[in-house]
Design a protein around this ligand. Sequence first.
Ligand code: FAD
Length: 460
Amino acid sequence: MSDSSHRRAPLTLDFIIVGGGIAGLATAHALCSSGHRVHVYEKERGTSDYSAGVRIPPNGMLVLMKWGVADKIKEKSVKCTSTEFVEMDSGERIGILEWREEVMKELGAPFYLIAHSELHTILRELAISSGAHLHFNTPVASERPSVTLADGQVVYADIIIGADGARSIVRPVVVEDDTPEAPSQMTIYTGTIPIATMETDPDMRSIVHDIGHPHWLGNGCLAMSTYLRSGKEYTASFWTPEPIPKGAPQGWDTPVSSASLKYAKIEPRMAQLLAHMPTLTRVARVEKERAESFIDDTERIVLVGEAAYPKGPCGMPVISAVIEDAAVLGVLLSRLRDHSQIPSLLYGYQDLRQPRLNTILDLEGANHFLLMLPPGQDRDLRNEAWKRWKAAAEARGDAEIEEGELEKQFADVCEVWGYDAIDAAEDWWVHWGMLRERASGLGGGGVLDGTVCVRVEGDL
Ligand SMILES: Cc1cc2nc3c(=O)[nH]c(=O)nc-3n(C[C@H](O)[C@H](O)[C@H](O)COP(=O)(O)OP(=O)(O)OC[C@H]3O[C@@H](n4cnc5c(N)ncnc54)[C@H](O)[C@@H]3O)c2cc1C
């Protein structure tokens, strides 16, 4: 199989990417390193000083390793080796999921936890080093069939990528009759705290030295915590079904008092953690359907990341899914040598990504349901099973994992994590792309007969 990381498309296209978050920057790198010219327009900074941690499971790390940034990620992050499940109200430790070295080796990459801002910086530097032109503080105002600069400037491209997140302005151009956003069922508060502060309190010290990465499970709510910044900081995201009051402050740049977060009853370790986080940021988890199509009718506008499948933030698979999108698009478009191939390659992206994302997001939905079960028979059964597996894991120590333990419950997660997006895109090319190219007779027709323009607010 040829090395896609060094393959540059014989035909260079101009791309405009709307949104310079994780999806936008990853896509900019993937397209630039495939030989294309890319401009990214980001309305703000794409990250925030207050933003917290993100998870990079092995399927995301596999791509980042192939992009040559594994060492940078490793330097800034912490390896996740286990996740412990704790009852939010009683503090009872009911289960542990070990991400053991041998399993991670089998999957091909480790599972890292990193600050959003540090991942953003690494991807920004990567995109710039590949030749992308990044324009921050430059919002795009979009309308069909073109998007136009607010100050009157018009920027042209062959293809526009909507990487502008869950409330994308590009998406309505791609998805006609898009279903409106439903009222959010979940608010996520996040906060960080220095590990040195945690060491001063016995309850918090026990989190650091004893538990590590607990998930506190409640009735319809959840708190997930991890180390950050090479283990110097600790972060937690607190999920609550309580909606953000209309007009109240929210967003990654807007800290609010942690008194705004109300849980019915929480155990002392979690209470201490919250008491030492005077402010938190809060965002609503977006309730919007996955896009039916990722490509518009003109086959020139494409969605990636949360613009296509609004589900984040703070979920387990979101960052890796977004990185996979970018990798697949980059590999497929590195094959471009004639304009007539564009629709086929873009639909190749959609054909690969839609079933994959359905699997990832359905699994995440099922996991969240399991983690936030209300009191009752199902929750009792869950806890009993986890306790049995935990006891078995403790008895086993470092010995080989046996069939039927907690890992089995999460077997689907491992299947999702073992996916190599770059290989999948290369396979698609071998099985479908080349065939389609031969069938259509390369060089004939289908040339893009115009350009798409983008309107951007602010100076370029
Ligand atoms: C500032 C910020 C901080 C975050 N911090 C965390 C965190 O700590 N933990 C976590 O789990 N998730 C965080 N997220 C969310 C996380 O990045 C996403 O859930 C996930 O990575 C999907 O990324 P995305 O690039 O598709 O969407 P997003 O991350 O939402 O990025 C979309 C980008 O598009 C930009 N944009 C939107 N509209 C326009 C427009 N009209 N013109 C130009 N640009 C536009 C936005 O400013 C944003 O930077 C954060 C997102 C942002 C924007």
